[in-house]
Design a protein around this ligand. Structure first.
Ligand code: GDP
Ligand code: K
Ligand code: MG
Length: 279
């Protein structure tokens, strides 16, 4: 049975989509140690489980919702990612999408609220957008269930696909820092218990440098916190010294934003305004 994890920003139609795809809950409880609801449902065609995660704008900064989402990526095993994206708020929504694409699991986008986007005069060329992001996109209206059958079919079709993580270039300082941390993890890897399966190292490193506390805690289980703090301090100082940014968090955010703006401006149009980035 495939295990599909549902990720998305708050208020993007996650609950509507969950109900459309599953019809009912198989399990409702809390994520371990926190009062954040965990819901699991069986797809209507019974080919997979859908796991609902809390709505978040990003994996970081961390509140208990982002912590649940990051810990899910760090510790749980699952087959693929279903990312619900609000078509009327593409620029904001894609910040999470980029972080998920960097994780490198099979991913499909349910492009929701296409009725809202259309009413606002936003026209999205889904094929172009899909091509630029390197994933399948299915336009849906989760509230009415439109497109959800198609999405259901596509979800099953991408499971087991071999995917390359999205690779953005974060500038010399951050790229060097990423390499340095990856080398350290690789060295310490052998001392880890056999049953621990590391997430993609580059993803871990990027999340670490942008300040994801759950990733810091994960790394702390096998790298001294002094060493981790030193890596952060060194990277932050070099970044400022070389004029590549004011903070690691901001520098990483800006690279992603530039990528997102480029992708959006190529694949969307506002009626009467021609192609331009959405605000
Ligand atoms: P969640 O907060 O992400 O779980 O989102 P909900 O499923 O609760 O949806 C938030 C609101 O958006 C609700 O009022 C839904 O009825 C509405 N909604 C969900 N999907 C769509 C859609 O595709 N189009 C429109 N117009 N409204 C939607
Ligand atoms: K809501
Ligand atoms: Mg909800």
């Amino acid at each position: 049975m495939i295990e599909i994890a549902l990720f998305g920003n708050p208020n993007t139609g996650k609950t509507s989509l969950f109900n459309s795809l599953t019809g009912s809950y198989e399990y409702v409880g809390n994520w371990s140690g926190v009062t954040v609801e965990k819901k699991v449902g069986l797809l209507r065609n019974k080919q997979g489980h859908l796991i609902d995660l809390p709505g978040v704008y990003s994996l970081n900064p961390i509140s208990k919702d982002e912590k649940v989402v990051t810990n899910f990526l760090l510790y749980e095993s699952f087959s693929e990612i279903l990312n619900i994206v609000d078509a009327s708020q593409l620029e904001r929504n894609l910040q999470l999408t980029v972080q998920l694409l960097e994780f490198g699991k099979p991913l499909i986008i349910g492009l929701n609220m296409i009725d809202v986007a259309k009413n606002r005069g936003i026209i999205i060329d889904e094929k172009l957008l899909a091509g630029q992001l390197g994933v399948k996109i299915v336009p849906i209206i989760a509230r009415t269930g439109k497109g959800c059958d198609e999405l259901n079919k596509e979800i099953v079709s991408i499971s087991g696909e071999d995917v390359k993580p999205l690779r953005l270039y974060y500038g010399t300082v951050i790229e060097n820092a990423i390499d340095k941390l990856c080398a350290i993890i690789n060295r310490k890897k052998n001392s880890l218990p056999e049953n621990i399966k590391l997430p993609p190292l580059r993803w871990l490193a990027i999340q670490f440098y942008e300040g994801n506390k759950a990733v810091y805690d994960y790394l702390k289980s096998f790298i001294e916190s002094d060493e981790l703090d030193q890596l952060l301090k060194e990277a932050e100082e070099k970044l400022i010294e070389k004029g590549e940014g004011k903070s690691l968090y901001q520098a990483i955010f800006n690279v992603r934003r530039a990528f997102i703006e480029k992708v959006i401006s190529g694949a969307t149009e506002r009626k009467g305004l021609g192609k331009r980035p959405l605000t």
